[in-house]
Design a protein around this ligand. Structure first.
Ligand code: PLP
Length: 233
């Protein structure tokens, strides 16, 4: 494992190469540096190295980091499971929420966003049939959830997110990424403003290159940038 700056170069190279293989522009892909369990000094080092979007899984942990790093020009994205009673803090702290997975949470986020006069960009998290992870709306429920959120003035759906199972060989994850891209295609077909549905948040440290080949616009990378976390989360 090199320095964060070297790691960042490697990840960016990986994104570029994957783009080249499928004829995409690297500008279509944004890197989210996942900083759960990463100490503040290392997060700062990452931002100094050039990371511009940070992803956090836990609201409380994120809140203290955001405060400690308030001097930095960086966007914070929420990528973890969000409890409805944390919706207010989430609306205050994050520029994008990747893990919207149920109508009750959407209503809470919308309520707080409207109180603040904000429109919060969100992605709908889809559970692609993996039994281990419970988060995410089932593909059969996606249309209804999308239709409900589309009515909410405080939220703007920008696309979809998925957390496929960890499979040793990244090639084995490809069908999941493909499925998410297809689901976004279906939503676009039904949406009066398909041009607003631009984002596919998919791909992590070990499979982001495959995700980029399959159309990812946001890759969420932790370990490959910051090193292994103290416990496997
Ligand atoms: C931890 C986490 C990541 C990053 O995982 P790495 O394997 O460390 O890159 C991405 N997305 C979500 C939702 C996560 O919880």
């Amino acid at each position: 494992m090199g320095s964060i700056s070297e790691n960042l170069k490697c990840v960016e190279d990986g994104i570029r190469l994957a783009c080249t293989r499928v004829g995409r522009s690297p500008h279509e892909v944004k890197l989210v540096g996942v900083t759960k369990m990463v100490p503040i000094d290392r997060v700062r080092e990452g931002v100094r190295a050039g990371i511009t979007i940070l992803g956090e899984n836990y609201v409380q942990e994120a809140r203290s980091k955001i405060e400690a790093l308030s001097d930095l020009q960086v966007a914070w994205h929420f990528i973890g499971h969000l409890q409805s009673n944390k919706a207010r803090i989430a609306v205050d702290c994050f520029q994008c929420i990747h893990s919207l997975d149920r109508a009750s949470l959407a209503r809470e986020l919308d309520r707080h966003a409207q109180k603040r006069g904000k429109v919060v960009p969100v992605l709908i998290q889809v559970n692609l049939g993996d039994e281990e992870t419970k988060s995410g709306v089932a593909p059969e429920g996606l249309h209804a959830l999308f239709a409900a959120v589309a009515e909410m003035d405080g939220l703007a759906v920008r696309g979809l997110m998925a957390l496929p199972p960890y499979l040793e060989n990244p090639e084995d994850v490809r069908p999941y990424f493909r499925r998410l891209r297809k689901l976004l295609g279906f939503l676009k077909g039904e949406c009066p403003r398909p041009e607003t549905l631009t984002e596919l948040s998919m791909g992590m440290s070990h499979d982001f290159q495959v995700a980029v080949e399959e159309g990812a616009t946001l890759v969420r990378v932790g370990t490959a940038l910051f090193g292994a976390r103290p416990c496997s989360l």
